[in-house]
Design a binder for this molecule. Structure first.
Ligand code: PMP
Length: 394
């Protein structure tokens, strides 16, 4: 009964794993869940208070399609102050989460069979989103030696006359790698010279540990002109369930996205938008506290990772993930279609630890661990991974 298009889509691995974990927990099993991409913090107080006030004052009617003006004004201020890039209110479109912002952008730009370059490892939803928007995902394998960051050489080899968009996720889910300004500049230059649009998913932008974060559109006026910036409240304000995100782009694109959104969802829930407005009013102070906790966790975990036998990893400089290279153990799983799925299933079934198989991100040699959870659980999870690795080798 369903379309060929939907049949070509793989269900979200991470959502499937969460469902499996929930089922095991409901059966009374104690699971260490390191699969979740969700901050273990709560909505900032100012966000909750503003949302409650909005309900009490009946601010519950339809409003403007691209989002409440006070919220978009605050986003403009945030982008200027924190990210050093100046947009106007009409260049912002608020959406139901960054997911919705990305599919809005893809739908507004792509004609059937247009190509989107996606560097691998990638966030699991990108290729499926591109397919849903009638585009063709072009997966580009990047090098571990460069922390899996895209280079101009790799990009130039991947483009054709159908390529329209290059997707850059910075900081990266799943690797935690962060691009420097020097790494971004030649990529931007290349995109400008080849009429390519950059879809910059900067949703983890505030979670950046070792160097100040550089937002792609802040690099130059021309970079801003060709970039659709995606950001949201799920990670930067720990507001996953409110479903709030946005795009910032040139006016031609923001108008197109707004037209589309007008037919699809009108706008995200007004109450969620007021919560976002409150959270932004509170500023990034709350977030600085969260980032310092994530950073402490990362710094505690790295020495433990170094002790894991024959396990490599990408140097995590942002987001809250670890991407572990288990290729040395692949040979023990020769009779399985996917090494990372078989390994993760065994880890969950026999050691009660949930992590995400690398195949979900386009690299079957790896697994992804999230440390957006209590550090004791992460440490215990890593011990159990070591136990399984030692067992496999025997
Ligand atoms: N982009 C990336 C890279 C993500 O990791 C996620 C969430 N896991 C999203 C976008 C979607 O976020 P949201 O909750 O705002 O839809």
């Amino acid at each position: 009964m369903v379309s060929k298009k939907i049949k070509s889509i793989t269900p979200s691995f991470t959502i499937n794993i969460s469902a499996k974990v929930a089922k095991l927990k409901s059966e009374g099993k104690e699971i260490i869940d390191l699969s979740i991409g969700e901050p273990d913090f709560m909505t900032p107080n100012a966000g909750k208070i503003t949302a409650k006030e909005a309900i009490d004052h009946n601010k519950t009617k339809y409003d403007m399609v691209p989002g409440l003006i006070p919220l978009r004004d605050s986003i403009v201020k945030k982008l200027e102050l924190e990210n050093h890039v100046k947009y106007s209110t009409s260049e912002i479109v608020v959406s139901s989460g960054a997911k919705n912002a990305i599919t809005n952008a893809l739908t507004a730009i792509l004609d059937p069979y247009d190509e989107v370059v996606i560097p691998a490892p990638y966030w699991t939803s990108y290729p499926e989103m591109v397919k849903l928007c009638y585009g063709v995902p072009i997966i580009v394998q990047t090098d571990k030696s460069n922390d899996f960051k895209l280079t101009v050489k790799q990009l130039s080899e991947a483009i054709t006359d159908r390529t329209k968009i290059v997707l850059i996720n910075n900081p990266s889910n799943p690797t935690g790698a962060v691009y420097s300004k020097e790494e971004l500049e030649p990529l931007i230059e290349f995109c400008i010279n080849h009429n390519l649009i950059i879809l910059a998913d900067e949703i983890y932008e505030r979670i950046c540990y070792d160097h100040p974060f550089v937002s792609i559109p802040s690099i130059s006026e021309r970079a801003k002109e060709i970039t659709i910036l995606v950001n949201g409240f799920s990670k930067s304000a720990a507001m996953t369930g409110w479903r709030l995100g946005y795009t910032a782009s040139n006016i031609e694109i923001s108008k197109a996205i707004s037209t589309l959104q007008g037919h699809l969802i009108s706008h995200p829930s007004t109450i969620a938008q007021w919560a976002g407005y409150g959270a932004l009013k509170e500023g990034s102070e709350d977030m600085k506290h969260m980032v310092s906790i994530y950073k402490n966790r990362r710094d505690t975990i790295l020495p433990i990772l170094n002790q894991l036998e024959n396990v490599g990893y990408v140097n995590p400089q942002g987001a809250f993930y670890l991407f572990l290279d288990l290729s040395a153990y692949k040979k023990f799983y020769n009779n399985h279609d996917s090494f990372s799925i078989a390994f993760c299933n065994q880890l969950l079934d026999e050691h009660q630890v949930a992590v995400v198989p690398g195949i979900a991100f386009g690299n079957d040699d790896y697994i992804r661990i999230s440390y957006a959870t209590k550090i004791e659980l992460v440490i215990e999870g890593l011990h159990r991974i070591q136990e399984l690795l030692s067992f496999i080798k025997k």
